[in-house]
Ligand binder design. Structure first.
Ligand code: UTP
Length: 243
């Protein structure tokens, strides 16, 4: 809706679909529906465990990495369709296949869902490009860690979480990650570059508890990691008011 704060969420497959059987659609659907009452909402869904299983199966047949990426994209779109179904009336009942198509569905007061788009990136990049296309006020990445760390917190007990980063600092951090199909870094390189050029603030949050999203957006508490050009600038989500 015109005048509403626009938010693009990158909802990691590891959060929504650790496996098909352990999906969290029932807990996330009401949270997203409620959020869409106070913001113009776009959700990009990741591939999760099933994407990795499919990619592994393709790789075992000798498929190249770009082919494996295409398999991953199909799974993200299936997951996005499942989310659209779980959201019912609150969402457009189709998966946008490109940011352009997502814009065609925008402005109807419904959540727009997307999966992947093109090989050699992840859904974080799709969400960043969509945020740019939609002139979003905020990009949120919901993932399975509580922010961006100086090292992998699952492997290095000395890793420390950054509360604020500039886009350049983010680029320096993610520059070290690999990019084979199904690989898993907190934010991918393409996403980091788009965040830098668009200057759209990025919030990286722990998605394992959906309450954290509500808390970060509505309470004004600084949670996770905030990536913004001016580390002292007011945060865009202060504009968001609880419905
Ligand atoms: P993601 O890596 O985005 O899903 O896509 P994920 O499992 O949700 O990742 P987390 O949980 O956020 O870490 C799964 C795979 O699909 C392919 C890539 O191979 C990616 O690893 N993909 C996805 C693309 O090639 N292009 C896209 O635009 C999206």
């Amino acid at each position: 809706m015109i005048g509403m704060t626009r938010v693009v969420l990158s909802l990691g497959g590891s959060i929504l679909f650790p496996t098909l059987e352990t999906h969290t659609l029932r807990t996330y659907a009401p949270v997203l529906t409620k959020l869409s009452e106070s913001v113009d909402l776009f959700v990009v869904v990741g591939g999760g465990g099933e994407a990795r299983r499919y990619i592994q199966a393709a790789r075992s047949t000798g498929a190249d990495e770009a082919f494996c990426d295409e398999i991953g994209i199909l799974v993200t779109r299936l997951n996005a369709m499942l989310l659209a179904g779980a959201l019912g009336e609150a969402a457009i009942p189709r998966v946008a296949l490109s940011p352009g198509e997502a814009m065609e569905y925008a402005g109807r007061g419904k959540i727009v869902v997307m999966g992947g788009v093109t090989p050699a990136q992840t859904t974080d990049a799709v969400a960043a490009v969509l945020a740019e296309r939609a002139r979003a006020d905020l990009l949120v990445n919901l993932t399975s860690v509580d922010g961006i760390y100086s090292a992998d917190p699952k492997k290095d007990p000395g890793a420390r979480r950054y509360s604020r980063l500039t886009p350049q600092e983010l680029l320096d951090i993610v520059g070290c990650g690999g990019m084979e199909a199904g690989s898993n870094t907190v934010v991918d390189m393409v996403a980091a570059k788009v965040v830098q050029r668009s200057r759209i603030p990025l919030l990286v949050l722990d998605g394992r508890d959906p309450g954290i999203l509500e808390d970060a957006l509505f309470s004004g508490r600084e949670l996770g990691t905030i990536v913004t050009g001016d580390k002292k600038s007011p945060l865009p989500f202060r504009k968001i008011r609880s419905p």
